[in-house]
Ligand binder design. Structure first.
Ligand SMILES: Cc1ncc(COP(=O)(O)O)c(C=O)c1O
Length: 428
């Protein structure tokens, strides 16, 4: 018997068994899901009939595998609420940067986390679950989570709070893109936008959130308690990446990677991922991507928290002097310090380089990202040039460009216009 006939007989038999299973499970009434099942059965029959016409054994085999994968994939497909859509993000190859540098540049698509659409979903969920375990939060009691955030953590907390029966109160600097505070309001969070201020100021957004949580707990007229999420200092932050992002990167690359590149805001991502990956891959190079005005570059390179802009007195803002949001900081945080020794090097990225990279990724790959992701990609491409071809570098795409339309993306050149960008322009 030829290969083809054998495959066909085995395939047809197995298809028959699979389809009988599906048919048996369907009932005869016409509720929507049964109508959907019926449509699916019709599609399966059509595919079966098309498969039977295939004469090339290789194509037939591929078609049968795809058919059975569809049944396999449908197992456990239902996610348990919005929290079930957090983690397990895809690792994607950025084709343009990989081709241009000769290195494989892979990006973990963290903007595909399903609650707040950033890596902060993992952190927010971990903070809430840890607090629930410690009995610090009671659903629908008026318990409220307070956080100081430039936006992403607040959005993740606000979404998960809704799903779990808590309230969210977010304090943020008033110079962050307005779409973030708009989104928070639509999620029903209370939002306080405050003037950017140094950490010694009691009205600095993180200090204010801590104060508001304490005020809530002390107020007998307010239902429930106030819980300060404290993303900069809490163990739940780096831990979320140590148990989630890090292991996922390791599995998705099969442990084959030479470098990991990430910016740091709280430092939770770079620390948690590095703490996990470096124990598995001691030779892995961890590189910080840092925007202008941040002291972290010098903290990694020279052990001191210092940015020349502080000395020159040219700072325009009180926090970090850049158009980039979410990364860069001028104080030591527990979440950065816990992994700092594992960071091998740092790359400075200018605002212009970040904006140009963001445009490059749209023009060449159709990838529309926000400012911190653009900084990550510039640093990853710079590192690729430094390491030379045939290395594998993993970085993160943290959030979508949609979160940055009014600021980072506001004054960019048109895509596909006369002024196409070159990678040379970005990296030099
Ligand atoms: C968009 C975005 N990217 C990156 C980061 C940095 O992550 P981490 O705080 O883990 O250092 C943040 C932090 O808020 C962020 O909002």
């Amino acid at each position: 018997m030829s290969d083809h006939s054998r495959l066909y007989i085995v395939g047809a038999f197995l298809l028959g068994v699979a389809l009988t299973g599906v048919w048996k499970n369907s009932s005869i009434d016409d509720r929507p899901w049964n109508r959907r099942t019926e449509r699916r059965m019709q599609q399966d029959q059509k595919r079966l009939s098309n498969t039977s016409k295939l004469s090339d054994p290789a194509t037939l085999k591929k078609s049968l595998i795809e058919f059975f994968d569809q049944f396999e994939g449908s197992k456990g497909e239902v996610k348990e609420g919005i929290e079930g859509c957090i983690g397990g993000t895809p690792l994607i190859k950025i084709k343009s940067l990989s081709e241009a540098t000769g290195c494989e540049i892979l990006a973990k698509a963290e903007f595909l986390n399903g609650a707040g659409n950033s890596p902060k979903d993992r952190v927010a969920l971990n903070i809430i679950e840890m607090a629930e375990k410690e009995g610090l939060l009671i659903p629908h009691s008026g318990d409220t989570i307070y956080e100081g955030t430039v936006g992403s953590t607040g959005i993740s907390l606000a979404a998960i709070c809704r799903a779990r029966g808590y309230k969210a109160h977010i304090c943020m600097p008033d110079d962050m893109a307005v779409e973030k505070s708009d989104l928070l309001l639509k999620l029903g969070a209370e939002v306080e936008r405050v003037r950017p201020a140094p950490i010694v100021d009691q009205n600095q957004f993180v200090n204010l959130a801590r104060t508001r949580a304490a005020e809530h707990t002390a107020d007998p007229n307010k239902p429930g308690r106030g819980l300060f999420a404290d993303q900069f200092e809490t163990e739940a932050n780096w831990n979320a990446h140590f148990v989630g992002t890090g292991p996922e990167i390791y599995d998705q690359t099969g442990g084959r990677l030479d470098a990991f590149v990430s910016g740091a805001g709280t430092g939770g991502t770079i620390s948690g991922v590095s703490l996990f990956l470096k124990q598995k891959l001691p030779e892995l190079k961890v590189v910080l991507a840092d925007p202008p005005g941040s002291g972290l570059y010098n903290r990694v390179k020279f052990g001191v928290m210092f940015d020349p802009k502080e000395r020159e007195g040219t700072r325009r803002r009180h926090q970090v002097d850049t158009i980039v949001e979410g990364i860069g900081i001028n104080r030591v945080t527990h979440n950065f310090e816990i992994g700092r020794e594992l960071i091998d090097d740092a790359v400075r990225v200018t605002d212009d380089q970040a904006i140009t990279m963001a445009r490059w990724l749209v023009e060449n790959d159709g990838i529309f990202i926000g400012s911190s992701s653009a900084v990550n990609c510039v640093a990853a491409a710079k590192l690729a040039k430094q390491l030379g071809p045939d290395h594998r570098i993993v970085t993160l795409l943290c959030d979508s460009g949609a979160r940055h339309l009014s600021k980072f993306w506001a004054n960019t050149e048109p895509i596909g216009g006369k002024n196409d960008v070159s990678l040379h322009e970005i990296l030099n």
